[in-house]
Design a protein around this ligand. Structure first.
Ligand SMILES: [Zn+2]
Length: 453
């Protein structure tokens, strides 16, 4: 690979320089409270904002000063309008440098990409937002609505020191806001149907997240009588637990199309000129198959899932243990929480106790209201042929925390088409990178949305 361009901080498109510098801060979040570097990066962000005349807040939970967040409110020219929150997390997942082609914490610019852990999850959007704020600071230009920007810690674990904590401890910072824009969504994709021939022209799609499945972590415990394995009884907790896990894992949850998923499938079907019938499970299955990759992640978000992931039981092969336990990852489409909770005891059966170790309800925002329209309009101004597709995330982001404030939460971290077909890649994997062309397009679109909406 050829390394090109100026080093971080040098002249050139500011968003690229900002991103490269931010990638140089190792802000690894290992989870379970272990992390490094969030406060040094937060302080650097504060410095970048002070340089252009803003006075942002640096906020950390008192027992975790090394896990700081930055919040800034920029008053709009029409303060009576509901405001917009724009949020981005500063932490990243770990990177094994030995597996990478480049140093993951050096902000390398090469081959038309910016490389590094966090390049597309999500220091790219953090850099775009920072570039917009610095532009406003330098020029005196101001947004139409109040815009609150939050650069947060701890998204890659549980947000307890970042978004969740800010929402609990400082809800006043978000007063008067109507919607939030954050992680996930807004990336260009050329899509075709699953059975399209090689010459079929692609549709220019941008998926904008308007919902997330709920994330519920379930702990199961079966208890019985410990004893000699040569004389098994019916109450072996390992067997009781396995039976319950078998029922859960193999349960085919019925299709439940939340409005956002229905809108996703019908928008895609219209754009790709495919007839679909979304009123019956079989029709939804057929639509998912026909739409192929374009319909990702609706194959997961159109129903709940209960996935066993952790097992603990036993200590010696000839001893029946007194208890056995397991953990199950439960995901729930918007609007399906109550049905799922009602069905769980029947699936678990007798003899298995359950508790939730975490419980985050699904979130969903309207796809036929003014905020989604504003996002779509910003994309269309930059790409008149765009098809903006609402989508629901299979997993979750900080939107779950900010939705607790009553905000309509959207995932929109725009990335445009790279003329040579490069794509952002490597999220949570190796060689994470974002195409420079995509980043520049995204920065312009996000600035447009933040300024004119
Ligand atoms: Zn992320």
């Amino acid at each position: 690979m050829t390394e090109t361009g100026p080093p971080p901080g040098a002249d050139g498109p500011e968003v690229v320089a900002l991103l490269r510098t931010m990638l140089g801060f190792d802000t690894t979040n290992w989870g379970r409270g272990r992390s490094r570097g969030e406060t040094p990066l937060a302080r650097w962000v504060v410095g970048q904002l002070r340089q252009v005349g803003f006075e942002p807040l640096l906020l950390a939970r008192p027992d975790a000063p090394e896990r700081a967040n930055v919040v800034l409110r920029v008053p709009g020219t029409e303060p009576d309008l509901p405001g917009l929150l724009v949020h981005a997390h500063l932490d990243v997942v770990p990177a094994e440098a030995a597996d990478w082609s480049v140093d993951p914490f050096a902000g390398v610019l090469a081959d038309g990409y910016v490389w590094g852990r966090g390049a597309s999850d999500m220091k790219d959007m953090a850099a775009m937002v920072l570039a917009t704020l610095r532009h406003w600071g330098r020029t005196g230009e101001r947004p139409r609505r109040d815009v609150v920007v939050a650069f947060v810690a701890d998204e890659e674990d549980r947000g307890e020191l970042g978004a969740e904590w800010l929402v609990d401890a400082h809800p006043d910072l978000f007063a008067g806001l109507g919607a939030a824009v954050g992680e996930s969504g807004g990336e260009f994709r050329a899509v075709r149907t699953a059975d399209a021939g090689a010459g079929t022209p692609a549709v220019r799609c941008y998926a904008v997240s308007a919902g997330e499945r709920g994330t519920m972590h379930l702990r199961l415990t079966a208890t019985g009588r410990a004893g000699h394995a040569s004389r098994p009884g019916a109450d072996n907790p390992v067997v009781v637990l396995l039976d319950a896990l078998h029922r859960l894992a193999h349960h085919r949850w019925p299709v439940h199309l939340a409005p956002v998923v229905r809108a996703q499938l019908s928008t895609l079907a219209a754009a790709l000129d495919v007839e679909v019938d979304l009123d019956e499970d079989a029709g939804v299955e057929a639509a998912l198959e026909r739409l192929g990759e374009a319909a990702d992640p609706a194959r997961w978000t159109s129903r709940a899932s209960t996935t066993p992931t952790v097992l603990e039981a036993g200590y010696k092969v000839n001893v029946i243990p007194g208890s056995a336990s397991a953990e199950v990852d439960v995901r729930c489409p918007p609007g399906y929480d109550e049905e799922l909770l009602a069905a769980l005891p029947g699936l678990l059966g007798e003899g298995v106790e359950h508790t939730f170790t975490s419980f985050q309800r699904p979130v969903e925002a309207p796809v036929d209201g003014p905020w989604f329209d504003a996002i779509r309009a910003a994309v269309l101004r930059a790409d008149p042929e765009a098809v903006v597709v609402p989508t629901c995330m299979a997993g979750g982001t900080d939107a779950k925390a900010f939705a607790r404030l009553g905000l309509q939460c959207y995932g929109f971290a725009p990335l445009g088409e790279d003329p040579d077909g490069r794509r952002a890649s490597g999220v949570h994997g190796v060689d994470e990178r974002v195409p420079v062309a995509s980043l520049l397009w995204g920065a312009a679109v996000l600035a447009d949305l933040m300024t004119t909406t």
